[in-house]
Design a protein around this ligand. Structure first.
Ligand SMILES: Cc1cc2nc3c(=O)[nH]c(=O)nc-3n(C[C@H](O)[C@H](O)[C@H](O)COP(=O)(O)OP(=O)(O)OC[C@H]3O[C@@H](n4cnc5c(N)ncnc54)[C@H](O)[C@@H]3O)c2cc1C
Length: 585
């Protein structure tokens, strides 16, 4: 550390950050590339979430950051100051590096914004700028909540219930936004749009709100802890269990829709859709309780999650198998398979959970591994990634911190967490390897989080199934050792038979692209391109931002991701509807 850096470190944290913000604003307002360059370390990151670029992007390195920031002067950013409503500046360690972390606020010509800066020796290591609200189009919450007077002062007019029913029926109207899928992704974006005053309808093919969780296996509880998983606006009660059971979450979804007055059609499937360039809207076909209904929304938000199209490998000899074949999405309950013999193909979360459910119901189970899989104990290893949410700051601050970390640094932290988890879980992992289970740690040892973000699977949070495999209670075979399927099971290359009444393919789902192609056709699918995963960039592809197809949006991921990014997706749709942002990228 040189003298200047030591002086900077000695300053009170608030003064240090305020001074950096003042210099930053001055350099930015003058478009002074050199001064901006000087305010950042050579290895540094700027992530913008709509505030200055109307997209979500990360720029790395002081030179590129200075150039990119200078190009944003048209947004007229000003008033950079510490945010008095948020956690005060403090020294934290992120991705193994210590820095002064501070929340700030500022505004642009169109919006009120906030951000997080991390300083090391007076220079920025990371900077995140995010749009918080659009001026003149703030959310109808808190002091801006509806008065409710209109529901009671006109005694002969429609009351609240009449108005709710009429808003949700769409007899003579179409919603501005159609949200396809009413899991947490769909609920989060619909809740945000409602607060922004945008007419939104959620459709889901399931019969009852929450069925996306209710219909999953008997013993399911969430894999991460309650404090990480709140939906927007309505946190779970403090009495709730640390790991939320599936039916409790399903019930909460119903309560959420009711409380936040979301328009939700159950038993309604989006069958197809085409975009009318001239009219700037979609024409979609919905199938509701067997009847077709056409609608013309201006935007479609796909919240269809993983439950798009099941992926089943093409195995010609499977037709010789005389027992039942299911995809994991069709599996309901082990009770149906008591004292029967099951082969479960696939060693991700679903495969392990189904194998354990069958075993607990008295079935004889063989788990078949197709490729090396990452195993991490649910506690403490799988929870290491969420320690931020136990640090003390309120949820909103934690969400901003989470959003402020550029992907390169998140990768670095996950390499360290993976290493830590490997050490903690070593006794189990050794026993699994002795059984012949093939382990892996993800690309560049970045662990389960990046497997999730790049391919949506390939790992298992051990809630007991790995122990059963290690103990030999659940048998293990390698897929490559199967010669072919025969009437009563799988014939192995060594001539032995794994007898089975049931074969379950826990082999995941086809990517969102396949669903887009099926619903909207080849042209739209090709225009949009890959969805989810990074493809070499720093941001998830086509997620939460405008896509190359006007009026088509994607939301998905964990409860936390949807809580955080639904806000920004909602702001973009609002900006388009208010004529502040073009629909076309
Ligand atoms: C055992 C387990 C534990 C998990 N634990 C956690 C956890 O702790 N934290 C966490 O964040 N995540 C967890 N997840 C992962 C993830 O959050 C869930 O898989 C979640 O269901 C994804 O939500 P979603 O809203 O994106 O999609 P989904 O829940 O899959 O919902 C999509 C909805 O879209 C509907 N749909 C699809 N196509 C159409 C169509 N054409 N028309 C109408 N409707 C349609 C479906 O019916 C479905 O209801 C867990 C998953 C599992 C299996």
């Amino acid at each position: 550390m040189n003298v200047l850096e030591r002086v900077a470190e000695a300053e009170p944290l608030e003064a240090q950050v305020q001074s950096w913000l003042a210099q930053f604003e001055d350099a930015l307002s003058r478009g002074d590339d050199a001064a901006l360059h000087d305010l950042f370390h050579a290895e540094s990151y700027w992530r913008d979430i709509l505030a200055l670029t109307w997209t979500i992007q990360t720029v790395s390195g002081s030179g590129a950051i200075a150039e990119a920031l200078t190009a944003t002067r048209g947004m007229k950013p000003s008033g950079f100051t510490l945010d008095p409503a948020r956690t005060t500046p403090r020294v934290t360690t992120r991705a193994g590096t210590q820095s002064t972390e501070a929340f700030f606020q500022f505004e642009t010509a169109t919006g009120r914004c906030n951000g997080v800066v991390r300083l090391i020796g007076g220079k920025a290591w990371t900077l995140m700028t995010a749009l918080d609200e659009i001026k003149g189009h703030e959310e109808c919450t808190g002091k801006r909540r509806p008065t409710g007077q209109s529901h009671s002062r006109d005694f002969r007019g429609p009351n609240w219930l009449d108005q709710r029913k009429s808003a949700a029926c769409y007899d003579d109207s179409d919603p501005v936004v159609l949200v396809v899928g009413g899991g947490h992704a769909g609920l989060s974006i619909a809740a945000r749009l409602k607060q922004l005053g945008i007419d939104t309808l959620i459709v889901d093919r399931e019969k009852r709100i929450g069925d996306n969780w209710r219909n999953r296996y008997h013993a399911l509880t969430l894999h991460n802890q309650v404090q990480v998983n709140h939906l927007p606006y309505m946190p779970f009660p403090p009495s709730w269990p640390t790991y939320i059971p599936k039916d409790k979450l399903a019930g909460w979804f119903e309560a959420y829709v009711e409380s936040l007055e979301l328009n939700y059609w159950t038993g309604t499937e989006l069958v197809d859709g085409a975009y009318d360039e001239a009219a700037q809207n979609w024409t979609v076909t919905l199938r509701r309780d067997g009847a077709a209904r056409a609608m013309r929304p201006r935007h479609i938000v796909m919240g269809t999650g993983v439950s798009g199209i099941p992926n089943i490998p093409d195995i010609p000899s499977l037709q010789d198998f005389a027992g039942k074949v299911l995809h994991s999405s069709q599996y309901r309950d082990g009770e149906d398979w008591q004292a029967k013999r099951a082969i479960v193909i696939g060693t991700g979360n679903s495969g392990h959970d189904i194998a354990q459910d069958l075993y607990s119901s008295g079935a004889t189970v063989t788990l078949v591994q197709r490729s090396p899989t990452l195993i991490v104990n649910i506690e403490p290893s799988a929870q290491l990634a969420y320690t931020l949410y136990d640090e003390g700051p309120p949820l909103d601050d934690c969400d901003l911190i989470a959003a402020s970390m550029p992907t390169s640094l998140v990768r670095r932290s996950h390499q360290a967490l993976t290493e830590q988890g490997r050490k903690l879980d070593k006794p189990l992992l050794d026993r699994l390897e002795q059984r012949g289970f093939k382990l892996d740690w993800g690309e560049d040892d970045t662990g389960w989080q990046f497997k999730y973000l790049t391919r949506g699977g390939g790992y298992y949070f051990n809630v007991g199934c790995s122990d059963l495999v290690a103990e030999g209670e659940i048998a293990l075979k390698q897929f490559s050792d199967i010669d072919r399927f025969v009437a009563d099971g799988a014939r192995m290359r060594d001539g032995s038979l794994v007898a089975a009444d049931l074969v379950i393919f826990a082999t995941g789902y086809k990517g969102q692209e396949a669903l887009v192609r099926k619903l909207f056709g080849d042209e739209v699918a090709s225009r949009v391109g890959p969805i989810w995963g990074f493809g070499g960039s720093e941001e998830l592809r086509n997620m939460f931002v405008r896509t190359p197809q006007p009026g088509l949006w994607f939301i998905g991921g964990s409860l936390a991701q949807c809580r955080i990014y639904s806000k920004y997706l909602g702001l973009q749709i609002k900006a388009i509807e208010e004529g502040l942002l073009p629909k076309q990228v």
